[in-house]
Design a protein around this ligand. Structure first.
Ligand code: SF4
Length: 74
């Protein structure tokens, strides 16, 4: 059985490629080089064989940043 992971906790995930999409809560995966217009949901439970755990502090900082973005939109 494969355990589901979340992009927000992955080293290959970034919110820094597009501020506009990051503000909407979407990020990019470093493996999407051939799909420049594609974004991933940070929290979707994904079964991804390429998942590389990011340092806990990095994931926590992203989660906090996204939380603030969402509360600003409300
Ligand atoms: S490698 Fe997989 S888990 Fe990591 S950011 Fe890309 S799609 Fe998400």
């Amino acid at each position: 059985m494969t355990v589901a992971v979340q992009c927000v906790c992955c080293e290959r995930f970034t919110l820094r490629e597009s501020t506009k999409f990051a503000e909407l809560g979407l990020g990019r995966c470093a493996l999407m080089v051939d799909r420049p217009g594609s974004f991933v949901s940070p929290n979707y439970p994904r079964q991804c064989p390429e998942y590389q755990p990011a340092p806990e502090a990095k994931a926590a900082a992203r989660i906090e940043w996204l939380r603030v973005q969402c509360s600003e939109e409300a």
